[in-house]
Design a protein around this ligand. Structure first.
Ligand code: ISL
Ligand code: CA
Length: 563
């Protein structure tokens, strides 16, 4: 396996709208991030992934871009952006930008032109289709409710939008459009950015003919993305992008790729034949959803550790030596990891550290989402009016207002699943609005900021923050934590997740109790070692000496070096 800086890096994700507001308008901005660069340096991360900061009408908080080469007014200017990049580079931190090119904003000049007439030179930058019997061309649902097609009066045709109707899909079949995308990528790379996170990049090739998806129920529009992802030209587009752009730079590229198998991921990330460094897969993001009755976001069910083990092990083993994983438990689209996979009440501290150990000790590049390093939790909004996310608001309208689903029942699901859980402001201190803004925040602050905040974390040597810091250093000092192969132990244990990492003559043993109970276990005879040295643990006092038969305390995490 080739060594590379992006395999050894730890990435920190910033959602700029909610990170830090520098001018009191209630919206986080670039100068706010500049103020906090030393905080990121202290944590020890290597790379920042910055969610979109380009000009945008903000129908989907920056994922609807109207100018790919300039900065959103609310966030600042290109001059601020340059200062941010320089400030990062001075501190040895790299910057990857979000590349959102499956779709643009409907206010992008390309779309403004495209919708003018059928023979406009920009018409083919987007995907147009006549209606079928006076209705939408097919039964595809948008990921954000309703049809994936919008009728456009001027020319009497529909355009495709997998996300909101203000996010028309770009037509990658058009070589002119592809050349434009490569150009804008070079524009940012030549300014010195260190890579891209590529939004839903496996959606750029759709299955031709746009056939109806099989109906699972009587709904007019079906949430089934089989024909909008991993289409027949995807690998060609990747190859071309690699040839035209990526291969000329030493960068980190991570594709956001829902609904991929390890086979796809290997095609995309293989060192010789793939185009990308790594991808985000989503299998583990569905373990608490009931996909037979709805989507990941509209349903909730208890998840099982056995399933998490099975999914994680599948990705760890199948990608080994063939591709490269990225490891994450949350991002700006997902609930808070400690609330979802740990216990955000009596064991918040222990379980957040246990989950950190899990994330940092797997094979792959780990991603930490802002606030995760201090154990921020889901927020409980009691009314739909507190939510801001377009996906959440559309879902509420569709289910409650159109289909008559019980509002309280849906609010319960949203409390657990809404993307806004990740988007409440970062809690800096215990002053008003958590020190995020001196004005009125664009979305409510989680009321637990009085105790859960950065200031408290920095003042407490036992905080989740310092535990992350230690784990990050551990990963840097031990190549086995980066490159070591993964092997699962105790595959049937419903409480304890145990695995080893092996690289050359070095071996680590990782023991994680995923429950609030005491969990006893016995390592299999085949795990041979004569002594074990504790590298890190999330309880103050050490465990028993004999680690072969151990009882882990609630959410206990231990990492040993085996000799
Ligand atoms: O479509 C999905 C599953 O089939 C979604 O889970 C999808 O993966 C996800 O919504 C894509 O997210 C990304 O693109 C969106 C944007 O709203 C998100 O914030 C972004 O991360 C549209 O750009
Ligand atoms: Ca601001």
């Amino acid at each position: 396996m080739r060594k590379s800086w992006w395999k050894e890096s730890v990435v920190y994700q910033i959602y700029p709208r909610s990170f830090k507001d520098s001018n009191g308008d209630g919206v986080g901005d670039l100068r706010g991030i500049i103020q906090k660069l030393d905080y990121l340096k202290e944590l020890g991360i290597d790379v920042v992934w910055l969610c979109p900061v380009y000009k945008s009408p903000n129908d989907d908080n920056g994922y609807d871009i109207s100018d790919y080469r300039d900065i959103m007014d609310e966030f600042g200017t290109l001059v601020d952006w340059q200062e941010l990049l320089d400030g990062m580079h001075q501190r040895g931190i790299k910057l990857i930008m979000d590349l959102v090119v499956n779709h643009s904003s409907d206010e992008h000049p390309w779309f403004v032109e495209a919708r003018k007439s059928k023979d406009n030179p920009y018409r083919d930058y987007y995907i147009w289709h006549p209606g079928k019997n006076g209705q939408e061309p097919n039964n595809w649902a948008s990921a954000f409710s309703g049809s994936a097609w919008q009728y456009d009066e001027t020319t009497g045709e529909y355009y495709m939008h997998i996300f909101t109707k203000k996010q028309p899909d770009l037509n990658w079949e058009n070589p002119k459009l592809r050349a434009e995308v490569y150009d804008l990528m070079k524009y940012w790379l030549d300014k010195g950015v260190d890579g891209f996170r590529m939004d839903v990049i496996n959606m750029i090739s759709k299955v031709p003919g746009f056939p109806d998806v099989p109906a699972r129920n009587t709904d007019r529009f079906q949430s089934d993305f089989r024909y909008t992802m991993n289409g027949p030209h995807l690998l060609e587009f990747f190859e071309e992008m690699k040839r035209e752009v990526l291969s000329n730079y030493d960068i980190l590229t991570v594709g956001e790729t829902p609904a991929v198998t390890p086979k796809h991921a290997i095609d995309f990330t293989n060192e010789e034949t793939g185009a990308l460094s790594m991808v985000f897969q989503f299998q583990h993001m569905d373990i608490d959803a009931d996909l037979s009755t709805g989507t990941s976001r509209s349903t909730i069910k208890p998840w099982s550790l056995l399933e998490l083990k099975q999914i994680t092990t599948r990705w760890q083993k199948e990608m080994e030596n063939k591709g490269w994983n990225s490891i994450y438990l949350m991002n700006h689209d997902q609930p808070r990891s400690v609330s979802r996979f740990g216990n955000d009440k009596e064991y918040r501290n222990e379980s957040a550290k246990m989950l950190a150990t899990f994330t940092l000790m797997l094979q792959g590049t780990p991603y930490i989402y802002q606030g995760e390093e201090i154990g921020m939790t889901n927020v409980v909004f009691e009314t739909i009016n507190d939510y801001r996310d377009v996906e959440t608001l559309n879902l509420y309208r569709e289910l409650v207002e159109e289909k008559g689903v019980d509002a309280q029942a849906l609010l319960k699901v949203l409390n657990a699943k809404s993307r806004d859980n990740a988007r409440t402001p970062l809690q800096w201190d215990d002053s008003e609005n958590a020190g995020f803004t001196s004005g009125t925040p664009w979305i409510k602050v989680n009321p637990n900021y009085k105790s859960i905040n950065v200031q408290n974390a920095l003042a407490d040597p036992n905080s989740i923050f310092y535990y992350y810091k230690k784990l990050i250093q551990l990963r840097k000092q031990n190549p086995v934590a980066v490159y070591g192969s993964y092997d699962l132990l105790l595959g049937n244990d419903e409480k304890v997740y145990a695995f080893t990492r092996t690289f050359e003559n070095d071996r680590l043993l990782v023991l994680l109790n995923f429950t609030g109970d005491h969990a006893a276990f016995e390592l299999p005879e085949t795990t041979s070692f004569s002594s074990a040295e504790l590298l890190i643990g999330n309880y103050d006092t050490a465990s028993a000496e004999n680690i072969r038969t151990l009882t882990l305390r609630p959410y206990e995490a231990l990492v040993y070096r085996l000799h």
